[in-house]
Design a protein around this ligand. Structure first.
Ligand SMILES: Cc1cc2nc3c(=O)[nH]c(=O)nc-3n(C[C@H](O)[C@H](O)[C@H](O)COP(=O)(O)OP(=O)(O)OC[C@H]3O[C@@H](n4cnc5c(N)ncnc54)[C@H](O)[C@@H]3O)c2cc1C
Length: 303
């Protein structure tokens, strides 16, 4: 119930405008967001790299409605790629296709994605395409498949809560595509998505089994110890597998577990979001773990 309310609030643009103006809210967002500038994100990346973790940078923004915003976001990502190359930090980028025009026009988005993929290839960097609400899943996968042959530095993401995902994953695995598996962070109806944690988790493990048995590079994106144990078991069973497997976690979430997996010798990549458009991202993190609200309320009380 609270999850649904928080996810509903995450989509309210007016509320977003008011919250973004609050100084205290900006301060609180730092729990999950590296900062508002690229300089701050690079500093966080350096620190994580020094602790044995790779990074994927997300320049926050989504659901843009005007072409010029989509071009701007594309130019920004190209500038980010140039900067991370010159700074020699170990990071790729994660992008949302609605940030570069998917909600406006499919072809516009394809052109922008191609420009980003080319720039990333020139700088030997990897581009992960985040997966968004179910309205955009088919078009996101279409755009991915359309460019993945040409650009080996592009990867897809899938959500285990969607009923369709097993079929999507079979296709991605058959093509050897790089896949990030996550549970899914949006509000989806029961016709499209499993609603019970037990079902979402069972689906997650099923997807790992399919991908682990393929030659798809695999990113296991979760903070759930049971999913992590399942992934470790499958890695043991598929020890002859050539394609790489890594764990991925969100900046600021389960830092203890992040460090432990690195100590155990697993590859770990941290998803580091930064920028001024942090409101929907931050609200989705609250929805995932309503206990996070307590830290917000406590901080507000201390003010
Ligand atoms: C690297 C990465 C990339 C992602 N990319 C996408 C994407 O492209 N599209 C998409 O829809 N979703 C994405 N997500 C979000 C994902 O779908 C889930 O919403 C989120 O990861 C929570 O699920 P979980 O697997 O951690 O398991 P859960 O069952 O939600 O949580 C398991 C445990 O993890 C801890 N935990 C989980 N979330 C939080 C939190 N916010 N704060 C504190 N503790 C927490 C708690 O201890 C919890 O008990 C991504 C997640 C990661 C880690």
């Amino acid at each position: 119930m609270l999850r649904s309310v928080l996810l509903y609030l995450s989509e309210q643009k007016r509320l977003q405008e008011s919250i973004l103006r609050l100084k205290l809210a900006r301060k609180l967002s730092r729990r999950f967001v590296a900062g508002e500038s690229l300089d701050e994100a690079i500093q966080v990346t350096r620190d994580l790299n020094a602790r044995g973790m790779d990074v994927t940078l997300d320049h926050l923004g989504e659901s843009v409605e005007h072409e010029d915003q989509a071009y701007q976001a594309t130019d920004d990502y190209i500038a980010i790629l140039e900067r991370i190359d010159s700074e020699k930090v170990r990071t790729g980028i994660s992008i949302k296709l609605t940030q570069i025009g998917l909600a406006i026009d499919h072809d516009l988005c394809r052109r922008n994605l191609r420009r980003i993929a080319e720039a990333a290839r020139d700088h030997s960097r990897f581009v992960r395409i985040d997966i968004e609400g179910s309205d955009y899943v088919q078009s996101t996968l279409d755009l991915f498949h359309g460019l993945a042959e040409e650009f080996k530095n592009l990867g897809a993401a899938v959500q285990s809560y969607l009923r369709r995902t097993e079929a999507d994953v079979r296709e991605l695995a058959a093509r050897g595509a790089s896949v990030r598996v996550c549970k899914g962070a949006y509000k989806e109806p029961p016709e499209l998505a499993f609603q019970k944690k037990r079902e979402v988790d069972a689906s997650y493990v099923r997807l790992l089994e399919i991908l682990m048995g393929s030659e798809s590079p695999l990113a296991v994106a979760t903070h759930d110890s049971r999913m992590i144990e399942a992934a470790k078991r499958l890695m043991g069973e598929h020890s002859n597998r050539q394609a790489p497997v890594e764990f991925q976690m969100l900046y600021g979430v389960r830092r203890d577990l992040q460090a432990r997996l690195v100590e155990e010798g697993y590859r770990m990549r941290i998803y580091v979001p930064y920028g001024t458009e942090w409101y929907p991202y931050f609200m989705r993190r609250m929805a995932e773990r309503p206990a996070n609200l307590l830290f917000v309320l406590r901080a507000m009380k201390g003010k």
